[in-house]
Design a protein around this ligand. Structure first.
Ligand code: 26W
Length: 689
């Protein structure tokens, strides 16, 4: 019998945005391990940090990419992608312990790759150590390609095949390692779930489910139905997006070509699922919606939902949308699987480490116990006297001055630390509406020039974002923002009042400088599409007013810190459902002169896209149906409300103590967004560790 060791949790993720993982552990600087593309990768890193500090057994399993996400430079306002050789600089990767003795084979139809593990210690402040294990692919040139790049372009079949190889590679290596280790320690297949629980971070690791069943049936003689049941007691699924383009479907023919056994196991699981659906009396249409294999494609989210013991969204609204829309059939027949786990961020990195000055102020106000128990920052609300608020403003001013100096050095741009810092930093995507912020700035610029906006508090709009290399509208938006920066920065009438800066290579280290310096946190996604957001929480914890739509975790931020201490605007998710059928952006363009003028900058020659046609493309995205409906993310619909909100907080800023009080209340109510709370909820409700 397996010695009654405690159940251990494993977090399978295609990306871990670890940043300077070791700096937080006190080691020297390491190049930003940008082994992630954004949201769900950084979340994985925060969860590991929290689990280690909570003394919970949570280990990571991922890929040791040779090149992380590209390094972004901006040349003439355009994004340029450079390779991110995170291992080579700073004397290589001294912290990854290569474990030759634990290497294992991962078989594809056409070749076998060797998976070599590199173990990274994740050490909590109390000395508890967990392991982040990255698998590196070796054995041949084609094998090495598997762990060369994160998210290779998957528009063509070759890219799709590589993505499938990557996903299967780390999933199979991890599943094999865990089962083999369990059996070696005297465990039986039947008590595997008692000792292990696995969280699948989105659908990228979902091949693990098929591999688990394949391995148990092919090598350990477990009957198929029992193998499926063991999987259903072991694996859990977190959904991080409702965007169709991110809900992975793989052509069955591609899977069959390189993983024929996995192909047949997935078809068998689909047949098994359909038998269960019939037994439950599921309606035909519902079976179609929940099917794993429809004859052409494997729908990875449906496989994850069918097997997963738990299915969770990452903020309240997101989980409600999963239940009501994206996964509504599965919710109808398997309601008990569904639960919400609102995201969190590690306050050790996103407050203590990156904002020592604010941390010291908190110590002075409420003592140092908050450092071990973040919920104690709530007591800050009793320290809203003028003296404390002045001190808080001084801390904010200090962080803004530090950022301004860093931006001067890195970008050559001057920003005045006494101006209002509006900051929008996140991946560049149309649904995140950086485009709307850019148009809003043009409307403000015009308003200052035509005198309709008076008494404008000098402001700096700071953007940071990487665009996927092939994503034309995202790259066009970067150029648009940089052209606006040039326009407003060179106009004598506005240069003292309005500054726009686009910082290069936004990454974890840059974020550590940006988060503490914001007065206003821009969180303006089209409502219903940002599953949660996590930058919103980092800004709140460092004292900022959220200028945002009722989307993702913004809703929970405002519920905790109060509407009066933030600035919510724009259509809600339900408004959008109501208007989207009859929405006509061209009517808005015809009727609203101010919007018309802002949009005209795309075509009036005042801004230069270097002959790329980028700005015409942006204009077309508003006015014509292309791969999306015209103005698919309601940029023109929400633009007037955005400008109004930006001007409101601009005015509020003049009341220094009143503004400082808003910052204080946000900080005091941010403990909920510590990943310590999130990980505690996963551990109690899902992992039971
Ligand atoms: C369509 C753009 C896109 C591309 C990739 C959306 C989502 C993805 C990933 C598959 C999932 C992801 O990273 N989602 C992000 O996860 C974060 C952590 O839960 C959330 O805070 C973000 O809202 C969500 O977009």
């Amino acid at each position: 019998m397996e010695n009654k060791k405690k159940r251990e949790a494993y977090y399978f993720s295609i990306e871990f945005l670890i940043g300077r993982l070791f700096k937080v552990n006190g080691y020297e600087d390491l190049e930003d391990g940008a082994l992630g593309s954004g949201g769900l990768g950084r979340l994985a890193a925060c969860f590991l940090d929290s689990a280690a500090n909570l003394g919970l057994l949570l280990h990571g399993r991922g890929i040791r990419y040779k090149y992380g996400l590209f390094k972004q430079a901006v040349k003439d306002g355009f994004q340029v992608e450079l390779p991110d050789i995170w291992q080579d600089k700073s004397g290589g990767d001294p912290w990854g312990a290569r474990r030759e003795d634990e290497k294992r084979e991962v078989k594809f139809a056409d070749f076998t790759a060797t998976a070599v593990p590199y173990d990274y210690p994740i050490i909590g402040e109390n000395g508890h150590a967990n392991v982040l294990r990255f698998w590196q692919a070796e054995g041949s040139a084609e094998a090495e390609k598997i762990s060369e790049y994160l998210y290779p372009d998957d528009s063509a079949d070759a890219g799709k095949i590589l993505r499938i190889r990557q996903e299967y590679f780390f999933s199979a290596a991890s599943v094999g390692e865990l089962i083999e280790g369990h059996i070696k320690r005297g465990g039986k297949t039947t008590d595997f779930p008692a000792a292990h629980t696995v969280q699948l971070n989105d659908t990228h690791p979902v091949f693990a489910l098929a591999e688990f069943v394949r391995l148990l049936t092919a090598r350990y003689g477990v009957v198929f139905a029992d193998a499926v049941n063991l999987a259903r007691q072991t694996f859990n699924y977190t959904n991080h997006t409702i965007m169709a383009e991110a809900l992975e479907r793989w052509d069955a023919k591609l899977v069959k070509r390189i993983l024929p056994e996995i192909h047949s196991v997935m078809k068998k699981i689909d047949a098994y699922a359909k038998k269960e659906f019939r037994r439950k009396g599921c309606l035909g249409g519902d079976v179609k919606a929940m099917e794993i294999y429809g004859g052409k494609q494997f729908r990875m989210a449906n496989l994850a939902v069918f097997i997963g013991a738990s299915v969770n969204g990452v903020a309240k609204l997101h989980t409600e949308i999963l239940k009501a829309e994206t996964l509504k059939e599965a919710y109808k027949y398997y309601p008990d699987k569904f639960n919400n786990k609102t995201n969190g961020i590690t306050h050790r990195r996103w407050l203590t480490h990156c904002n020592g000055e604010l941390s010291a102020w908190i110590d002075k106000k409420v003592g140092t116990a908050w450092r071990g128990d973040i919920t104690q920052i709530k007591a800050l609300e009793e320290h809203a006297d003028a003296a404390a608020l002045e001190q808080l403003l001084a801390v904010k001013r200090q962080k803004k001055a530090q950022l301004a100096a860093y931006i001067k050095e890195k970008e050559g741009a001057e920003i005045n630390p006494d101006s209002v810092f509006y900051i929008q930093v996140k991946r560049l995507h149309e649904y995140k509406c950086q485009f709307m912020a850019a148009l809003g700035i043009l409307a403000i610029y015009d308003g200052i020039k035509d005198g309709s906006i008076r008494d404008f508090t000098p402001s700096a709009f700071i953007f940071g974002a990487k665009a996927v290399a092939g994503y034309k509208r995202a790259k066009a938006t970067i150029k648009f923002i940089n052209e606006i920066a040039r326009l407003v920065g060179s106009d004598p009438q506005t240069k003292g009042l309005l500054r726009v800066v686009f910082v290069q290579n936004y990454n974890v280290s840059y974020a550590e400088r940006l988060m503490p310096a914001a007065d206003i946190s821009l969180q303006i996604s089209a409502a219903g599409l940002e599953a949660s957001g996590t930058g919103n929480m980092k800004f709140m914890l460092n004292g900022a007013v959220t200028l945002g739509t009722m989307d993702g975790a913004n809703i929970e931020i405002v519920a905790l810190a109060g509407k009066e201490n933030n600035c919510i605007f724009g259509a809600g998710a339900d408004d959008i459902r109501r208007i989207e059928k009859t929405y006509d952006p061209n009517k808005i363009l015809r009727d609203d002169a101010r919007i018309q003028k802002a949009v005209s900058y795309l075509t009036n020659g005042k801004l230069d896209d270097g002959g790329t046609g980028y700005f015409k493309e942006l204009h077309t995205s508003l006015t014509e149906k292309t791969y999306n409906a015209a103005d698919r993310y309601f940029v023109l619909y929400d633009l007037p409300a955005f400008v109004e909100a930006a001007l409101k907080v601009n005015g509020d800023y003049k009341d220094r103590l009143g503004f400082a009080r808003k910052l204080l209340v946000n900080i005091a109510n941010a403990a909920y967004f510590s990943s310590d709370r999130t990980v505690r909820e996963y551990a109690a409700d899902i992992w039971r560790i």
